[in-house]
Design a binder for this molecule. Structure first.
Ligand code: HPA
Ligand code: ZN
Length: 357
């Protein structure tokens, strides 16, 4: 939306247009359904149905992961990754995302013989093209897939560090390392060597935890693996002492409330999500979509549904957007510029809202 735009807005429209940051979004989980079908056909991957709405309903995280892995498997070449990166950034930009740090999880592709250099170069090329069209910036976080184990994780980090040393095409987009996938039967602390190698190579660190595991596992991601932030971190709320510590240390949590309903089945409805309690406790809890194309979400809806469900004002939602900047891995100058932009555009949008919003 241009700054000169006028006319009244609903709260949902203003939140869609508000410039926003996203720190928890899996690029594979943004793949357009039509692209999933087209790549599956072209790459000879049979889908159980081409009506993806039938597939995209989940009873648990692990049930979701089996579908996510199928979607991932449609990506067979550098060009496929480039198309994914391009469409992903276009679609997020349409809902006000101006800066993102996006996960990609290449374990199954590397195991099938794809080269990490091609995955990175393809994604970076597609993202750069969409960035040039929209101005929406996206950086990358290389996630280890816990289901493939710590040795595969260390191998990916080692290769990534080599690509960085060699100045390989697109590798400057990859600013961090994380981990995702199943939490059942996996002790994330066993990934410590991979995390150490990533830190030594200069990557920022994060990790999924607490979606399906207890609060001690969330603390271990910070204390044992050295992560700077935690993706989800949901189970933290069951440990008040740990909540106080995370709040005092401003350790960011990349929270995905609608995903927690639709993927993790952690609560029956959004109104029961502890997001407001997390914010009230002083946690640096940010808002994110996780896997928007596989859960019928977008970042504008994530903000609007949270505002409407919990009664947040537009000004309170702007504070949440600014916390996204604080939790990001932008440098200080980048954070300052983005905060200024959000504040300026938020003032213009606020002027077009009813006085009650
Ligand atoms: N959790 C774990 N792994 C994932 C997720 C998630 O929410 N989304 C994609 N991979
Ligand atoms: Zn996730």
């Amino acid at each position: 939306m241009s700054a000169a735009a006028t006319g009244r807005l609903t709260l949902a429209q203003a939140l869609d247009a508000l410039p926003k940051v996203e720190l928890h979004c899996h690029v594979e989980g943004t793949m357009r359904p039509a692209t999933v079908v087209e790549l599956a056909r072209r790459n000879g991957l049979p889908l159980p149905t081409e009506d993806l709405a039938e597939l995209y309903s989940y009873g648990s995280l692990d049930e979701f992961l089996s579908v996510f892995w199928l979607v991932q498997s449609t990506l067979a070449s550098r060009d496929d990754w480039a198309r994914l990166g391009y469409e992903s950034v276009l679609d997020a930009a349409a809902h006000g995302r101006v800066y993102g740090e996006l996960f990609f999880t290449p374990a199954r592709h590397l195991a099938a013989g794809q080269r990490l250099a091609d995955v990175v170069a393809g994604l970076a090329e597609g993202i750069a093209a969409a960035e040039a069209e929209t101005g929406s910036v996206a950086m990358l976080i290389a996630d280890m897939d816990r289901a493939y184990g710590p040795a595969a994780g260390l191998q990916m980090v080692t290769e990534l560090a080599e690509l960085r040393r060699a100045g390989a095409p697109g590798v400057d987009r990859v600013i961090g390392v994380g981990m995702d996938s199943t939490e059942l039967g996996v002790d994330s602390r066993t990934f410590v060597d991979a995390y150490r190698a990533a830190a030594t190579a200069g990557f920022r660190l994060t990790g999924h935890q607490g979606e399906n595991s207890p609060p001690e596992a969330v603390a271990a991601v910070v204390d044992v693996l050295g992560a700077e932030r935690v993706d989800h971190g949901l189970s933290l709320v069951t440990d008040p002492a740990l909540v106080r510590r995370f709040a005092a240390e401003r350790i960011p949590l990349t929270v995905c409330p609608n995903s927690n309903i639709r993927i993790a089945n952690a609560f029956p409805a959004l109104g029961e999500h502890p997001f407001p309690a997390m914010r009230a406790a002083g946690l640096l809890a940010t808002l994110n979509t996780d896997d928007p194309a596989m859960t019928d979400l977008d970042l504008g809806y994530e903000y609007a549904s949270v505002a409407e469900t919990f009664g947040y004002s537009f000004a309170e939602m702007v504070t949440i957007a600014l916390d996204g900047v604080e939790a990001s891995w932008l440098d200080d100058a980048g954070k300052r510029a983005l905060r200024d932009r959000i504040r300026i555009e938020a003032d213009l949008l606020a002027a077009r809202l009813p006085a009650t919003a």
